[in-house]
Design a binder for this molecule. Structure first.
Ligand code: NAD
Length: 325
């Protein structure tokens, strides 16, 4: 049994990760400031003898020094997340996403801890390639547009992690998550699938930003978390960056139509320009599709769950929360 620290453990992905680690027999300590996460996400494990939860911020260096004591592995997922939150609050994004990562990486070097760093497909910015490989260029927009602060802050985290690997042999791997979805994800921070499902359950309209031709790929959180744990346990993944997600593209319009067909075919779609949804400066990424070759080569598999099954799972969980099933 090893002892894992999960930052952002009460979040959407973090809570699934904690559950999976507990199921595998690990001892898990989670830390979260509950800013976008919820304690209820941990209901199934909160009383488990091998699980400990601590409310607190990764921006508190004293707390972090305490939290890493006796730990073998650090899964660093806490971050200011979500396009809306980031566009609205660039200061919080930068302060949460850069310095605390540096503090935790230093602890990992000193303590010899294994480290998984959660990064994002946002680091590719608006690279126009059809499919992004981990060696592709990062194409950010200007610094006058705060939405790029999220991807840029995670890119700095990646540079730091890789520099510590090169200089001090830090046992780190980096996962660039593409759209990760599943039960417990909430729509209020701009996540598209929970937003669409909640709008459809409310009777509509389902609000599609821009013209809905943007392309995304959606991976089920259970498979993503399995990839994270397996990569962290593999020596071959040391010092590597991995795209993690689904590689099956779907347009946002197709997604809205699929959700409406499943939830309530009477619901209408409404289109909203980005400058009304966010602000005048907002710039979106038209296409975001990973090349999963490196992940497949290392793990011998890639996420497989189809969008249809993913939507059924999330719709069922949203209906359960509303007492509809
Ligand atoms: P989430 O908001 O549910 O999880 C983030 C968690 O971090 C939350 O529980 C939040 O309360 C916590 N947190 C934020 N600031 C904190 C602080 N200062 N101290 C302690 N805890 C803090 O979002 P998520 O989707 O589960 O994201 C988890 C990680 O995955 C993040 O690093 C995010 O950048 C990355 N990611 C997610 C996706 C996705 O599709 N969900 C895509 C790309 C990257």
């Amino acid at each position: 049994m090893s002892h894992c620290l999960v930052t952002g453990g009460a979040g959407f992905i973090g809570s699934h990760l904690c559950e999976q680690l507990i199921q595998q027999g690990e001892q898990v300590t989670a830390v979260d400031d509950l800013s976008t996460g919820f304690l209820q996400n941990l209901d199934s494990i909160i009383d488990h003898p091998q699980f400990t939860f601590r409310t607190g911020s990764i921006t508190d260096p004293v707390l972090m020094a305490e939290m890493v004591q006796g730990v073998d592995t650090i899964y660093h997922l806490a971050a200011a997340v979500g396009v809306k939150l980031v566009a609205d609050n660039p200061v919080r994004t930068i302060e949460t996403n850069i310095y605390p990562t540096e503090v935790l990486l230093r602890h990992a070097v000193q303590g010899g801890h294994k480290f998984f760093l959660a990064s994002t497909s946002e680091v590719y910015g608006k690279n126009p390639k059809e499919r992004w490989t981990e060696e592709d260029d990062l194409h950010f927009g200007p610094t006058t547009r705060p939405r790029w602060a999220y991807g840029a802050s995670k890119a700095i985290d990646e540079f730091l992690a890789l520099a510590y690997h090169q200089k001090y042999g830090l046992d780190v791997r980096i996962g660039r998550f593409f759209n990760v979805v599943g039960p417990r994800q909430v729509g209020q921070y701009g996540m598209v699938i929970p937003s669409f499902i909640e709008q459809a359950l409310d009777g509509g309209p389902v609000v599609v930003f821009d013209d809905g031709t943007q392309i995304r790929c959606f991976g089920h959180v259970s498979e993503i978390v399995d990839c994270v744990i397996d990569l962290t346990n593999l020596d071959d993944a040391k010092g590597q960056v991995y795209n993690i997600g689904s590689d099956e593209p779907v347009s946002i319009c197709e997604l809205a139509e699929a959700i409406i067909a499943k939830v309530n075919p009477e619901v209408k779609i409404e289109y909203l320009p980005y400058n009304k949804a966010y602000n005048e400066d907002f710039e979106d990424v038209r296409r975001r599709v990973p090349d999963l070759g490196r992940l497949e080569k290392t793990l011998g598999r890639k996420p497989q769950v189809k969008l249809d099954a993913i939507l059924d799972d999330i719709i069922a969980s949203k209906k359960k929360i509303r007492g509809l099933v």
